[in-house]
Design a binder for this molecule. Sequence first.
Ligand code: SAH
Ligand code: SF4
Ligand code: F3S
Length: 449
Amino acid sequence: MFENTTFCITTFGCQMNKHDAERLSGLMSSLGSVPVQTNAEADFSIFVTCCVREKADERLMGTVATMKNDPVRPGSPFGKRFVAIGGCIGQRDGQKLLDQLENADVVFGTHNMEALPHLLQEAIEGGMRRAELVDGRAEFHDDLPEDREHPWAAWLPITVGCNNFCTYCIVPYVRGRELSRPIDEIAQQAQAYVDAGVKEITLLGQNVNSYGRDLYGEPRFAQVLDVVSKTGVERIRFATSHPKDLTDEVIERFATLPNLMPALHLPAQSGSNRILKAMNRRYTVEHYRELIEKLRKACPDIALSTDIIVGFPGEPEEDFQATYDLVNEVGYNQVFTFIYSKREGTPAAEMQDDTPREVIQERFDRLVDLVQRNAERLNLEQNQAGVVLPVLVTGASKNDPSILAGKSPRNQTVHARVPQGMSASDYAGSIVDIRIDEAHTWYLWGTML
Ligand code: SAH
Ligand code: SF4
Ligand code: F3S
């Protein structure tokens, strides 16, 4: 059925969605379908979607709707392109997507990715347009094969789902309750990756810090870091951390584990206690500041990044100002700034929201401006010209095959020219020493040694 067919997967959303896409790709490949880069070449267009903000919804609807009149690929065995929608929007909207998008054939959710082949089969054989969803507890999809985007980097989910119910957030509703993967399985998987040549493992969870709560509290996330570190993998990263659950023992690992990279994403969301409370974040800005202090003590050159929401319902200027002050004071290498987006079904959607759009936009622009200035200053401070950094090469830079792109331990993008006669892609996946010559706002420029 799937032999001699092609598929294209498009993902929107977080690393968890991207990892799911790797599993879907592995599943389709194992059935004989061949991955292609564009929808024009594909018999199956598969979307793995995000619904965390309105923009992500719009993007999916727009993309699928405009595909309606695209010609089928030459040589298509079906004379038709099948469109399948999964991921978080699939889980949230189910049948509604089939009603709204006349060219969508199949919808599946976050808990039943393995349903895709049989749903496609029904569509091919019986012309059925069907949405199949499973409710409930999250699960791991490690029974599905995976097609990793890069052979040298792997995402390793250690928890799935979320129990936090931040009042603005849809994730707990589309990802289910939190579930921790047994630590032995994590260790085995990490070792298998290392044996296969993986250089960087990123541990994933909506809140990795609460790892183990559902396992009677033991083992905890710090022990997960220990077992993964023991595999000898070159680089370990993790995302995401909820500040309320970041413990001293995890902070200490930044000082003691040599392969834990000096970079942490610690979403603050707001710098105002009143707004944090309304968001149900369950920490105070004082606690957050204390964490930053401890982190800098354990690892003085740590690169910090965060998420900030501007325009939470009822947020007045003074609370925004508190956020602005926090961002300014901490000095982040990167800040992901979001304008609050109302998500039906969440508690914040019921809150009074009367701040004019223009006011929110103006605050947002002010914050973005601050973030850029700080990032540039920090990049300069942390990367004095002449310092040598081990850089994990990800490939060639977008515009020039003789310039490599890679990541420093602090996860900053680094560019350098490769030696004459070499192509940057030859270095993909290796760690090379680069002497930094210049620091720019969003990247470092250096010389390969
Ligand atoms: N579990 C992770 C990721 C959550 S989604 C975490 O807790 O950090 C990523 C980010 O999207 C969040 O940190 C938040 O800043 C933002 N976000 C979530 N819901 C949003 C909404 N309704 N409007 C605007 N931004 C939102
Ligand atoms: Fe959403 Fe909060 Fe869970 Fe993150 S911790 S996924 S922001 S509910
Ligand atoms: Fe989006 Fe789903 Fe991730 S809603 S942020 S893709 S968990």
